[in-house]
Ligand binder design. Sequence first.
Ligand code: NAP
Length: 387
Amino acid sequence: MKNISILGSTGSIGCNALKIVEMFPERFNVKALAAKTNIRLLAEQIERFSPELAVVYDEDSASQLKNNLAPGTKADILWGPDGYLTAASSDGIDTTITAVVGAAGLLPTLAAIEAGKTIALANKETLVMAGEIVINKAAQKGVQILPVDSEHSAIFQCLQGQRKEDLAKILLTASGGPFLDRPLAEFSHITKNQALNHPNWEMGPKITVDSATLMNKGLEVLEAKSLFGVSDDMIEVVIHPQSVIHSMVAYKDSSIIAQLGIPDMKAAIAYALSYPERLALNQPMPDFSGGQDLTFQKPDLDKFPCLALAFEACKIGKTLPAVLNAANEVAVNAFLREKISFTEIAKVVSMTMAAHDLHLDPGLEDIISADKWARKEALNFIRNLQA
Ligand SMILES: NC(=O)c1ccc[n+]([C@@H]2O[C@H](COP(=O)([O-])OP(=O)(O)OC[C@H]3O[C@@H](n4cnc5c(N)ncnc54)[C@H](OP(=O)(O)O)[C@@H]3O)[C@@H](O)[C@H]2O)c1
């Protein structure tokens, strides 16, 4: 029986993780659940999975949650930053699933590592912001970070049984999102609803917009660099619109190993929870009887400047990835509130990165202050765009 904590239990990854728990009740026990403000769903999850602890964003949400629970429900209810740290790191938890969206995932993930928990990492922003610090801390504590992101799970699977010195290249696949074939001239008319309509994957709103701008792939390049300890020139992004190949690894003898499957996050989540074992998920497989095309192309950096910005942040490193990430979170939020246009997301990120004074040897505090600085700066740029 593995005791798990799910940070972000009401989101797309969190709900899929709970489906795995439901499929294998003899293997997984939910110790802690954490969400932001989706009280109704969190209350249902508490009734269904009986965690010892549940955490929400603020005091008001905590009292709403208490009011929503059936009399006799035993879970302790906490709120705020300390609550999330407790949910990540409490005694008795074996694996913490980090499925919160955005920079909010960083400190709870570090707390879980500090407490020696195995990490099932969905929150890519953690490694984008502070990859070196997180990976070093995990190594120091002997903690395993198992990727949940499907591409990184695929790469992790393709690396099993291989020697690191034989690795030539990581081929990170990307669907290209809903605007792959749309002419650049039409990009300024893209609406929120169009951007939220991903052709292959069902995900939360932030990552869905990131997938439409290809920033998601840029964040994944940064994530892969830290997770697999490779230089940025060893990572190539390949557009593969069918999302059947979840990523590939090329070796120095020119052999390429790929991992394939249908676009469904349950397989990657289950692998992170059961590694090195594989669970019988009984999901459909891709159809190789003739109807399945596998096509590939290069990403168009003129249409998708966010990917170019992420490559730049990856090359320069230091505090720039945290600045890219924070500015992007603010810009995507503004786009989702229909304050800026689709093409202005990249503009806001680019202007914020250009205004940043790099910290050359950043510790955690420096990264957190770069994140705060970038949020303010990005908001100023957004105000100016609106003026
Ligand atoms: N969805 C996917 O298929 C997928 C694939 C690969 C990687 N990922 C990564 O996994 C993470 C989660 O993605 P998602 O699509 O599951 O996101 P999502 O559906 O938006 O869910 C986000 C979860 O985090 C909680 N949350 C949001 N802000 C928070 C905060 N400030 N503090 C604490 N909790 C907070 C939300 O609670 P409320 O519901 O209460 O707001 C919700 O439970 C992201 O980092 C994403 O890049 C996702």
